[in-house]
Design a protein around this ligand. Sequence first.
Ligand SMILES: Nc1nc2c(ncn2[C@@H]2O[C@H](COP(=O)(O)OP(=O)(O)OP(=O)(O)O)[C@@H](O)[C@H]2O)c(=O)[nH]1
Ligand SMILES: [Mg+2]
Length: 304
Amino acid sequence: MTEDSKMETRCGFVALIGAPNAGKSTLVNQLAGAKVSIVSRKVQTTRSLVRGIAIEGSAQIIFVDTPGIFAPKRRLDRAMVTSAWGGAADADAVALLVDARKGVDEEVEAILARLPQVGGVKILVLNKIDTVEPPKLLELAARLNGELAFADTFMISALRGHGVPKFRQQLAALMRPGPWLYPEDQISDAPLRSLAAEITREKIFERLHDELPYQSTVETELWKDMPDGSARIEQTIYVMREGHKKIVIGEGGRTIKAIGTAARKDIMEATEQKVHLFLFVKVRENWGDDPERYREMGLEFPKN
Ligand SMILES: Nc1nc2c(ncn2[C@@H]2O[C@H](COP(=O)(O)OP(=O)(O)OP(=O)(O)O)[C@@H](O)[C@H]2O)c(=O)[nH]1
Ligand SMILES: [Mg+2]
């Protein structure tokens, strides 16, 4: 880049907020052009802020994926929701994602009520347009704009990519002049060991049901680059109950093997190196009340 074009660079933060399952992480991955944040069909998948970095012309846009906002009960839920609002407060622009199929429910109403307290440009994004008819979309856009004066409204399918390039272009124009904060080829600021732990957590979400995914967490304990270019990765899956440990392991170790195989494949794709993944399961009844676990997740530990 020449000195002149350097002068014109733009940069800024755009937080994506919304109810659980609105498609925030799917959108961040589309915008960054790679998997930086895990996705599942279940609610409350994302637990902390995940940044996906995109370049659009002379602008570097740092998209901040946030945990879904809902009425929190457990300590972990409170930490997640606090982190989401914190991400919104620190951003130059806040995009509210609404699942167009679900429309406006109690969760969306609660977000709309609090959103005016957050600074920055507010943008409405109707997601999952592949699932609804256009008249319903227009009606939804009108209703939401009636409740809050959004600077702009976009209709997209994060899953299929429809409307995503235009969304990114419009946001680039909103970014203020300033130097880029990350190197040109960087798509995330999360260390690989965190991404690797998240990927394994995603496989738990895919394969195990009910409360188990919510009562477990994954940490990368060891990442060793081997002389042959491969990596030896050891991870611990923390669960809250002995019964859960049995479920994670499965009959004859079948479940944990399947989780490991699927995780290893995705981790290899992310790191572009051969991976040997070793998974361990530990029962830690009170991990939900252990500040160390929150630190590992990148969350503030709520005092009560
Ligand atoms: N049909 C359709 N499904 C979508 C679209 N975007 C996301 N999804 C699906 O919606 C589900 C939730 O997606 P996520 O990206 O995990 O949602 P999220 O908002 O990050 O959820 P939390 O992290 O729990 O708050 C997944 O099954 C996605 O595949 C879309 O545009 N169309
Ligand atoms: Mg998410």
